[in-house]
Design a protein around this ligand. Structure first.
Ligand SMILES: [Zn+2]
Length: 374
């Protein structure tokens, strides 16, 4: 991940590379940007640039250091990210390095994805993730050592809001850094960080992508000719993770699933429901969670329409809008809210490992009851 792999952001890249070239690198950076923005890729490109041996506006991509960075194995670039409990380890002993293989494949496959996607990537059963005390101790330990190769040791801390209470432990490191140490904190929500941390960092805002930049990103993917890039740009609204999902057609798949499910539940035919539930249950847990998240998104946009009667305000594709308009006769505001609640509860139950077939069978009856209620 080098700067050239990130669409746009020319002014930030120019500013940051100038700081490096002039040897005026802040020792503590705070990169702020929303989900689906380039905060993490920009941090990685910056770290790679600092370490590159033949840099010129961007990392060279071929030096010893760049080869290691490109494989996510540079010994002087460390990553910290929220994790969940792992297998036989105690929760308080589980730290980022226990997930380093998954982290590398996540960065390779979905470099622009956000925290929800990461948690789904490493866990199908729990949503509780954090950066714990053991991890903070590990950071101090790593940064206390000599750098292995280059001049600098770089520590990237992704989603610093997950540091919670333990972030105090990092203050000293940020305040009195060991020689040639650079800490790059990444966060979405400044209000969830300790003010003392913010005040010790130099803050850089990473804006969300423009429609044009999303377009350039889509051009780099080998997409089916039937994919409507203009529509994706409009729906993604600067969120590159969303653009990826839309381009993979998952959104359309979930939209069809939702519509089928509602039709079948409405008909209330036991065999039909049974067959459909069996088909749904073949999806992975991550997909089922994404399906319910999609359902919630759809209902939110549907409610926007019910309140405003303005189809333009719905951030849905034309096909989804048609579905929404067909629902108006049967699903009013109260019913849409009841469905949202049902989907939210289902997400919670999936996290608690409920049997998916039982969940969908039970929900099919609830769906019918809500849709047919007066
Ligand atoms: Zn290089």
């Amino acid at each position: 991940m080098n700067f050239k792999n990130i669409p746009g952001h020319t002014s930030q890249i120019k500013e940051w590379t100038s700081l490096v070239n002039a040897d005026r690198i802040p020792h503590a950076w705070l990169l702020l940007g929303p989900n689906g923005s380039a905060t993490l890729p920009m941090a990685i490109a910056l770290a790679n640039y600092i370490q590159c041996e033949k840099k010129e506006g961007d990392s060279c991509g071929v030096c010893r250091s760049c080869i290691k960075s490109s494989k996510w194995i540079h010994p002087d670039i460390h990553f910290t990210y929220p994790v969940v409990k792992k297998d036989n380890l105690k929760r308080e002993d589980t730290i980022s390095k226990h997930f380093s293989n998954q982290w590398r494949s996540f960065l390779t496959e979905r470099p622009f994805d956000g925290i929800k996607s990461w948690i789904n990537y490493i866990s199908s059963t729990t949503t509780f993730a954090n950066i714990n005390t053991a991890e903070c101790n590990d950071i101090s330990h790593k940064l206390g050592m000599q750098s292995f190769e280059g001049k600098y040791k770089i520590q990237i801390i992704w989603m610093a809001e997950y540091l919670a209470k333990d972030s105090n432990r990092l203050l000293k490191l940020i305040e009195e850094p060991t020689d040639n140490t650079i800490i790059i904190l990444i966060a979405e929500n400044q209000n969830k960080l300790l003010p003392t941390i913010i005040s010790r960092c130099q803050t850089f805002r990473v804006p969300k992508f423009s429609d044009q930049e999303i377009g350039s990103y889509l051009d780099t993917l080998s997409l089916d000719a039937s994919i409507n890039k203009e529509e994706i740009k409009h729906l993604a609204f600067g969120d590159i993770e969303k653009a990826r999902k839309l381009s993979e057609n998952t959104q359309t798949k979930y939209a069809d699933m939702l519509l089928d499910w509602m039709r079948i539940s409405w008909k209330s035919h036991p065999q039909g429901i049974f067959d459909f539930v069996n088909k749904l249950a073949q999806n992975s847990k991550e997909e089922i969670k994404m399906f319910f998240e999609y359902g919630l998104h759809f209902l939110r946009e549907y409610l926007v329409y019910l309140y405003t009667k303005d189809t333009f305000k719905m951030r849905l594709s034309d096909r989804e809008k048609n579905t929404a308009l067909q629902m108006v006769k049967t699903i009013n505001v109260e019913k849409a809210q009841a469905l949202s609640l049902l989907f939210e509860e289902s997400l919670g139950l999936i996290d608690r490992n409920i049997n998916v077939k039982i969940l969908f069978s039970e929900n099919s009856f609830q769906l019918e009851r809500i849709m047919k209620s007066k």
